[in-house]
Ligand binder design. Structure first.
Ligand SMILES: Cc1ncc(C[n+]2csc(CCOP(=O)(O)OP(=O)(O)O)c2C)c(N)n1
Ligand SMILES: [Mg+2]
Length: 327
């Protein structure tokens, strides 16, 4: 077990994980009540992956995320307000209401707009990292993807380019055992779907407990520093589990009860909370106060988003085509 860091840092990580959990829960109920349109792919259960990887990332570094982007974007610093407004399709949304749940992001904080094409963000991450290298910065790209994405051709092209060009990129597989409703065991013969394949390209690879925020942070720090110092890419395979279904309408009937119960007992938010209490890092009342603050902040942003302006019809084609200039 990784040693608990000092209080401010430990509680800071908990705060961020709780914010992501509460954001996702709130969105879930808004959808169930029919208040929000569309569909959602949520990250309940994968909060330690986002927070552990991104807690120390610089604003100038980049992330590339997937159809399940909320935790990554919130952990990278996309504002709660702009995320919530985007969910309601409002003008103040991070993509001005054009993106919706699967396409959040904000380049001003290094969150490249999420890509819902499974595996599509991996070659883009190599491109972003190539830019960081060619511009002679020490910035890095952190690219999240799922176990299912590791079966895509794009995964191999990206890893090959990253390895041969020694790009400053960290490829982070959130292996939650399922690709939509299909067990990874039915589509891949490897146990470590990303790590074993990364090693084949001679990329250093590690398998990590993705439900332990401190373990993710430790491995993430090593990988990010390697990339920053010119050591090239790393593949991290974070073993984790979706608490909810693949998307809004999925009741997860295909997952064995025993498997679910084992993983739910290892809920990353509540196990870390328990550790904070057991090791006397924070008092129960202190954590409850934080939780209450976060809940109130999210509720306030829901009200704000509901009442904020719709995009003007004339804005439909704005920001769709590149008009030249430096990105
Ligand atoms: C190229 C492509 N194929 C199929 C889909 C439909 N689809 C969306 S998410 C998903 C499952 C992806 O599984 P995984 O990569 O493990 O990510 P997870 O959903 O588990 O986070 C699929 C098949 C898609 N969006 N893009
Ligand atoms: Mg998956």
């Amino acid at each position: 077990m990784i040693k608990m860091p000092e209080k401010e840092r430990a509680v800071g990580m908990y705060r961020k994980m709780y914010q992501i959990r509460q954001y996702e829960e709130t969105i879930y109920y808004l959808f169930l009540e029919g208040i929000m349109p569309g569909t959602i792919h949520q990250s309940h259960g994968q909060e330690a992956c986002a927070v552990g990887m991104l807690y120390d990332l610089r604003r100038e570094d980049y992330i590339l995320t997937t159809h399940r982007p909320a935790g990554h974007d919130l952990a990278k610093g996309v504002s709660l307000r702009s995320m919530m407004c985007e969910m309601f399709g409002k003008a103040e949304g991070c993509c001005k209401g054009k993106g919706g749940a699967m396409h959040t992001g904000d380049i001003s904080v290094g969150a490249v707009t999420a890509n819902a094409i499974v595996g599509g963000n991996l070659p883009i991450a190599a491109g972003v990292a190539l830019r960081c290298k060619m511009m002679k910065t020490d910035n890095v790209a952190v690219c999240f993807f799922g176990d299912g994405a590791s079966n895509e051709g794009a995964f191999h092209e990206a890893l090959n380019a990253a390895a041969v060009w020694k790009l400053p990129v960290v490829y982070v597989c959130e292996n939650n055992l399922y690709s939509a409703t299909t067990s990874i065991k039915l589509t891949c013969s490897l146990e470590n779907v990303a790590a074993d394949r990364g090693s084949a390209y001679k990329i250093p690879a590690e398998v990590v407990d993705g439900n332990d925020v401190l373990a993710v942070n430790e491995a993430g720090t090593r990988a990010i520093e390697r990339a920053r110092k010119g050591g090239g890419p790393t593949v991290l395979e974070l073993k984790t589990y979706r608490i909810g279904g693949h998307s809004r309408n999925d009741a997860c009937g295909y997952r064995p009860d025993k498997e679910e119960q084992e993983w739910f007992a290892r809920d990353p938010v509540y196990t870390f909370r328990k550790r904070l209490l057991d090791e006397n890092v924070a008092a129960k009342e202190e954590l409850e106060k934080i939780e209450d603050e976060i809940t109130r902040e999210i509720d306030a942003e829901v009200e704000y988003a509901k009442n904020s302006k719709e995009p003007e019809p004339e804005s439909a084609l704005e920001d769709v085509y590149w008009k030249g200039g430096t990105l």
